[in-house]
Design a protein around this ligand. Sequence first.
Ligand SMILES: C[S@@+](CC[C@H](N)C(=O)[O-])C[C@H]1O[C@@H](n2cnc3c(N)ncnc32)[C@H](O)[C@@H]1O
Length: 380
Amino acid sequence: MKIHVKTLARLEEVLAREIEEIGGQDIEIGKRIVSFEGSMKQVYRANYELRTAIRVLIPIQSFKARDERELYKNVGKIDWSEYMEVNQTFAIDSVVNNTPAFNHTKYAAFKAKDAIVDQFRDKFGRRPNVSVDQPDLRLNLHISNGQASIAVDSSGDSLHKRNYRTQTGPAPINEVLAAGLVMLSGWQGDTLFLDPMCGTGTILIEAASYAWNIPPQLHRKEFGFMKWPNFDRRLWKEIVEKANNKIKREGPIIMGSDKDFKSIRIAEEHIEAAGMEDKIQVQRKKFEKLVPPEGPGILIMNPPYDERLGIKDIGALYKMIGDQLKQNFAGYEAWIISSNMQAFKQVGLRPSKKIKLYNGPLECKYQRYEMYEGSKKKNQ
Ligand SMILES: C[S@@+](CC[C@H](N)C(=O)[O-])C[C@H]1O[C@@H](n2cnc3c(N)ncnc32)[C@H](O)[C@@H]1O
């Protein structure tokens, strides 16, 4: 069957590589979506093992939906009793592009919901209820240029939720983006890893998870497909066991630091919740004072952009980052993500790679700086 996996903008290629590893066939890359052919086994594996997936969807049907009547009629043609029982709850997430009849995305979801509810009422005299937070069945409606597709969402809650985040910091990065940063860097988990502005520890945890081959959903107990009538408990158990057996026994040194005491406390909590106390060390330290272990190593950092955090002199901060890299990080490869292009210039080093990404709504660059042995002299 066809399987659609949603991701964040610009992580499609990384996701496609991950899908290949779980045995996906005929992989096609779209915009924030990667599609492939697979079986229920791949649906389970995709949910459990893909680091850059947000949701795993199974399309049910495509049809024309140029206006509300057409949408209502065509949604009503699907036999919904195949997907849920009348005493179960459901929810519809919707995305609408370029279809003037639905100038409000929620309106399309509302009409589709009516069609489903009316079908049950006509057939059984009773209707299923809508539950926004904990539905038994989550549907995904996508309408673009009057063409709709409706899919069942096998994930349930978004897959960026890994169950280790207990608190948020000032500007935590999305877990899927953090995993994407680690994988885009090309790091293989075989050298020292640093995040010297680690905040609540998201990049560190995703890096450790990647390096040790820990399934990203190791701590999650519930997925949407578990409530489906065809849930194959034995197959699921087998997949979980197989993936867990691939967790490595050894891994690299992973270290984080941040100038903010409270963020470090939260990072420690998250690391504990992820069960990674033995894999990640964190300390409170300003980056300007950090003396790193000798390279080779990799450093990934997500400094303030001045968009949400309001740092007084953002240029000086980025200049300090560049100076520190030149002075003390010979043998390291440094990757920085930021939306602040002016501030980036203050780093004063030439990036050897630039990748366009989005952090939430913010367009960012993810830049690589290679601090060769001897680059200290060259850059002075
Ligand atoms: C955008 S946040 C990082 C968020 C982090 N990736 C997370 O997921 O929570 C930027 C972090 O840089 C830290 N920071 C700012 N200036 C710093 C400095 N000079 N040295 C160390 N940390 C600094 C802030 O305390 C903040 O936690």
